[in-house]
Design a protein around this ligand. Structure first.
Ligand SMILES: Nc1ncnc2c1ncn2[C@@H]1O[C@H](COP(=O)(O)OP(=O)(O)OP(=O)(O)O)[C@@H](O)[C@H]1O
Ligand SMILES: [Mg+2]
Length: 214
């Protein structure tokens, strides 16, 4: 099944970032978007994940054109089916890591998966306050929170930016495993070409165009 289809997207802020770009994401698949700083990768991810309306083109999620959906239906899709892992973490700061996961667990009615916490290496710090955690630990807690939701599509913007190479590799493995086991898909934005090429497809945003390089 097609999870995401973007058709002929263009967007301009101060200058045009991308022009007439298209991509598709199928069940179980992962795609990476690479490109230099300022090329528009995060902006494109915002468009794909319903956070930003493009100047031109359309985005289909689960074969539904999001521009034509009611606010209610769109909110429902966002809540139930999309998982956003962005550069800032948006964890609840006054709570412990575990309490942050409990919120996701309550909202989605999915159990917290203890093996997931072990795999992410955050089982040891799970009862600490978010403010006491290192940047990389916070990043992994936010990944655990998103996966606890069990989304059909993960949108991740530099999700391993604060992690050492080995931990980053383990986290990527976890994402791939998640997508395979849950018929989900992932769109990954990263500067790290090594990580990008672990994905099934790789696109490069350059000179306003999106070129498929793998
Ligand atoms: N909300 C906004 N309003 C105005 N301009 C914006 C907005 N968001 C992004 N931009 C501009 O769009 C350009 C691309 O930004 P974007 O964050 O998409 O780049 P990026 O490829 O993700 O870069 P990086 O690799 O550094 O994260 C930048 O020049 C930025 O200033
Ligand atoms: Mg960015």
């Amino acid at each position: 099944m097609n999870l995401l289809a973007a058709k002929n997207l263009s967007h301009t802020f101060e200058y045009e970032l991308f022009h007439d770009v298209s991509l598709e994401l199928e069940e179980g698949e992962s795609i990476a978007i690479i490109g230099i700083s300022g090329s528009g990768k995060s902006t494109l991810l915002h468009v794909l994940s319903t956070l930003l309306e493009p100047n031109r083109g359309e985005v289909l999620l689960f074969n539904e054109n999001i521009a034509k959906l009611s606010k209610k239906r769109l909110a429902q899709i966002k809540r139930d089916s999309l998982g956003l892992v962005f550069q800032s973490h948006y964890l609840f700061k006054g709570f412990s890591a575990y309490e942050n996961l409990e919120v996701a667990s309550l909202l989605s009615q999915n159990e917290i998966d203890n093996t997931l916490l072990k795999k992410l290496g955050i089982d040891i710090c799970i009862n600490q306050k978010v403010t006491q955690l290192s940047g990389g630990q916070q990043q992994r807690v936010s990944i655990a929170r998103v996966l606890t939701k069990k989304p059909r599509i993960i949108f991740a913007d530099e999700p391993t930016g604060n992690l050492d190479k080995e931990t980053a590799h383990d986290v990527m493995e976890l994402f791939f495993e998640y997508c395979q086991n849950n018929k989900a898909g992932m769109v990954l934005v990263t500067h790290d070409e090594g990580l990008a090429f672990q994905c099934k497809k790789v696109y490069k945003l350059e000179n306003k165009e999106l070129l498929q390089v793998k």
